[in-house]
Design a binder for this molecule. Structure first.
Ligand code: NAP
Length: 252
């Protein structure tokens, strides 16, 4: 797909990987609909995209809320007149062991922490994909949906909630690629390893250093490197139903 003047929605577009992907695509002439929970962050991201000379708009929307997602997608279609792509990037962490015993005391991962991650990282991806695909079919727009999975989809200790959600996202990428191909919609994904964003920088420095030591390339990835892969997926019309692993060679 030629990216110039295409309309792409980026969830979690207010910071981190989402904002980096938005700015990368803006430089290629993509018109951006940025979705997030914080107006100030969104305004800054929109301004950054506009400074690349393209159109960008902010949409306050919780991706885990069915009504808000339906409303957001309808609004994007009304504002831009088309939708050619979606990046399902919004995500949260609520890490913790399922069972932890320390000094004779047992703690458990709360159902709230399990459910919060499943709601945003898995149900949010389902809702956005469903609504965007429906609108694209209605408008007879073709394009692609890119899901951000994670290296943790393989099963990472302390991330039962997050690993389950990211594995689900990877599995449904294959499902949706099969289901939506007939409408000219490709669906693929990227599974990043450890990338320098607010999310990873909030990890404890000791944990971060320990993790980096295991990465064959001996460094964390840069948000622009993920953005580069996402742009590749949009541009390559034969890429669908697969996940690109971008992790510096790290295996969990
Ligand atoms: P980040 O810096 O925390 O950014 C995530 C963005 O999503 C934030 O702006 C956040 O808003 C927004 N968001 C959270 N819940 C939302 C919701 N319900 N509706 C709409 N927006 C919501 O994270 P990141 O590191 O850029 O990660 C982006 C994606 O990459 C995530 O799916 C993450 O799992 C995945 N990933 C990241 C890494 C990494 O190393 N960074 C590795 C593998 C996969 P608030 O801050 O206002 O909550």
């Amino acid at each position: 797909m030629q990216l110039q003047d295409k309309v792409i929605i980026v969830t979690g577009g207010g910071q981190g990987l989402g904002r980096a992907m938005a700015e990368y695509l803006a430089a290629k002439g993509v018109k951006l609909a940025l979705v997030d929970l914080d107006q100030e962050k969104l305004d800054a991201a929109v301004a950054a995209c506009e400074s690349a000379g393209t159109q960008a708009r902010a949409y306050l929307c919780n991706v885990a809320n069915e009504e808000q997602v339906a409303h957001m997608v309808a609004q994007v279609a009304a504002d831009f007149g088309a939708i050619n792509g979606l990046i399902n990037n919004a995500g949260i962490l609520r890490d913790g062991l399922t069972i932890r015993v320390k000094d004779g005391e047992m703690t458990k991962m709360s159902l709230a922490n399990w459910q919060a991650v499943i709601d945003v990282n898995l149900t949010g991806v389902f809702l956005c994909t469903r609504e965007v695909a429906a609108k694209m079919i209605e408008l007879k727009n073709q394009g692609a949906i890119v899901n951000i999975s994670s290296i943790s989809r393989a099963g990472n200790m302390g991330q039962a909630n997050y690993s389950a959600a990211k594995a689900g996202v990877a599995a449904d990428t294959v499902v949706w690629a099969k289901e939506l191909a007939r409408y000219g919609i490709r669906v693929a994904g990227v599974a990043p390893g450890f990338i320098e964003t607010e999310m990873t920088l909030s990890m404890k420095p000791e944990a971060l250093a320990k993790t980096t030591a295991f990465i064959p390339l001996q460094r964390m990835g840069k948000p622009e490197e993920i953005a580069h892969s996402v742009a590749y997926i949009f541009e390559n019309d034969y890429f669908t139903g697969r996940i690109l692993e971008l992790d510096g060679g790290l295996r969990l």
